[in-house]
Unconditional design. Structure first.
Length: 575
């Protein structure tokens, strides 16, 4: 998957000028230092419309549709306007001479944005591309509020207040003759069959469905063009076990990236052991524990991912790993994303933290900072509260698919989709449908995946490895990081979108920071053991007692990112 753009003009345009402009935009939003081959063309089936696919892995020109991600459908009827609404992990843009139709999968795992005015309609999975085409940027101040409190754009928001996000279970239809847009509710194909399955039937169906879609994800690609990120957890090891079952585990490469941690079983150590057990080609990538040029690193991260989330800690090498994978010819990355999660949320505060949209007032110390009017930008957050008839597990699962996946999980794809195309063989509506039909007693903590893994995983390494990715604050909790943040905030433009009073209150707290000492390996072992072996109910109850604290370091780097993002979008609008 890469960046896709569909643009339709109301009136006749200079075709060569539009094609050149789309080429310029694709080049502009591409990773630095890489020569990419874009597919850009005028549509013959839809007058005055154009398509652009950045870093296209195929050279086939589609005159009726653009497919972002992958659908799980045997029929081609999904490729035309008003055709099927298939299962899969994708976004679809369909068009003919009369209208345009676009929508996402059930989970919005591949985010789509759109904009229209009296002259043009644009649909893309890149906010930056849309801003460049519309030629102006109008800051959505709600995003500032949410990014400061949660490190995300917030519930279904975009940086430009006139650019909209496509919601799940809804198709947008643009009538070219009337030049207007309308929304319609849709039902995906898999929803027609919703019968209850026994636990045995469910697990057998899960295994066969994932295996089938996993193999489909590899269609038309050579083994050396495919990589599977592997860790010590269940999801990625299940995919590797299924590949082994189909006799192709040794043909593709597995990869892990992380920092070295001594004294504990972490994902980096575990992945190497698992790869050896499967005799798989292992690509060992190491992340630096410190960032050399923080300003350049943050700017690059923001440019590649539209600044949707602040989860930059997996890219401390400034995307060097992804450059190397691209240059080595890798085309497909198989991810273990799945449409449900683990743990229990015992209250709305835990729920918001779990899905990644914390309010300012969720933090016990929010009064330490001068947020001013930003507090009132978070009045409407949707149906977060637990329904009266919902169990804790049902509530958790609903929030994950309706909030976490479209707001956070999908943003990870945006960060790397210019380098490689993502495939998520477990992110399927039919899997979620079958899962939700199960009894709650069989759902918690992916019990079915645990059972299947223990049945078919040939590696007997335990599954409770600790993460090898550094925490976000860890990157700044050193003399270089603290100095960078303080200098940036002190020199920020007076007309910045972040109020000077807030910046001042953050700087006051920054002056009192004491750099932490490194945890001993013994302490890490104790923490890891407790985290991985406590029963989920006890662990959840302990978490529910924990107060949230908003660190000045976190606020500082989020203010820096906001300032950088706004400058970027303003520059994009003048391209």
């Amino acid at each position: 998957m890469s960046k896709f753009i569909f643009v339709k003009y109301k009136r006749q345009q200079d075709q060569s000028h539009i094609l050149d402009r789309l080429t310029k935009i694709c080049d502009y939003i591409s990773p630095r230092g890489i020569k990419m081959d874009h597919l850009i063309y005028a549509n013959k089936s839809c007058e005055n419309s154009f398509c652009a696919i950045q870093n296209s892995t195929h050279r086939t020109i589609n005159e009726t549709y653009l497919e972002i991600g992958q659908v799980f459908n045997e029929s081609d009827s999904y490729k035309r306007v008003n055709g099927q609404y298939p299962d899969g992990s994708y976004s679809l843009i369909r068009f003919d001479k009369d209208e345009l139709e676009f929508f996402c999968d059930r989970f919005c795992s591949r985010t789509l944005w759109y904009y229209y005015d009296d002259e043009v309609v644009v649909v893309s999975n890149s906010q930056r591309a849309i801003v460049a085409i519309k030629g102006e940027f109008e800051l959505n101040k709600k995003v500032i509020s949410w990014f400061l409190s949660s490190g995300t754009q917030g519930p279904f928001l975009s940086w430009d207040k006139n650019v909209k996000m496509v919601m799940h279970s809804q198709a947008l239809v643009f009538d070219f003759k009337q030049w207007r847009i309308a929304a319609k509710n849709i039902k995906y194909d898999y929803e027609a069959d919703n019968k209850y399955q026994s636990k045995k039937e469910f697990e057998a169906n899960f295994k066969s469905t994932v295996s089938q879609y996993l193999l489909k994800s590899l269609d038309n690609y050579k083994p050396e063009q495919v990589v599977l990120p592997i860790s010590g957890g269940y999801d990625s090891r299940l995919l590797l076990a299924l590949l082994q079952k189909d006799k192709i585990a040794e043909d593709i490469s597995v990869v892990n990236w992380g920092t070295k941690i001594s004294g504990v079983l972490n994902d980096k150590v575990a992945s190497k052991i698992v790869a050896q057990d499967y005799n798989a080609n292992y690509i060992d990538k190491e992340l630096p524990s410190e960032v050399n040029n923080i300003k350049d690193f943050l700017e690059n991260y923001i440019q590649l991912g539209d600044c949707r989330i602040d989860d930059f800690n997996a890219f401390t090498d400034n995307f060097k790993i992804w450059h190397e994978l691209f240059e080595s010819g890798v085309k497909i990355l198989i991810r273990g994303d799945i449409p449900y999660t683990v743990g229990l949320d015992l209250n709305t505060l835990m729920a918001r933290s779990h899905i990644g949209i914390n309010l300012f007032k969720d933090y016990s110390n929010y009064n330490d900072y001068d947020f001013g009017g930003l507090l009132h930008q978070q009045d409407d957050i949707g149906a977060i509260d637990k329904g009266s008839s919902e169990t804790l597990i049902e509530w958790r699962d609903r929030l994950y698919v309706e909030y976490r996946v479209p707001i956070v999980v999908s943003a990870f794809s945006d960060l790397i989709n210019a380098f490689v195309e993502n495939r998520s063989p477990m992110m399927l509506g039919q899997i979620f449908r079958n899962y939700t039909s199960q009894k709650n007693s069989t759902k918690g903590d992916k019990k079915h995946i645990v059972r299947i893994c223990k049945e078919i995983d040939i590696s007997k390494l335990r599954y409770n490895a600790v993460p090898s990715i550094p925490g976000r604050e860890e990157i700044f909790y050193n003399s270089q990081g603290i100095q960078f943040l303080k200098e940036y905030l002190k020199n920020i433009d007076k007309d910045s979108c972040v109020e000077c009073s807030l910046i001042k209150s953050v700087l006051i707290k920054m002056d009192n920071i004491v750099l932490p000492k490194t945890q001993s390996s013994v302490k890490k072992k104790i923490i890891s053991c407790l985290s991985n072996n406590l029963p989920v109910v006890i662990k959840s109850k302990l978490k529910s007692k924990r107060k949230l604290f908003l660190s000045p370091v976190t606020l500082a780097y989020r203010i820096v990112m906001i300032d950088m993002a706004v400058k970027m979008y303003k520059k994009d609008s003048k391209l």
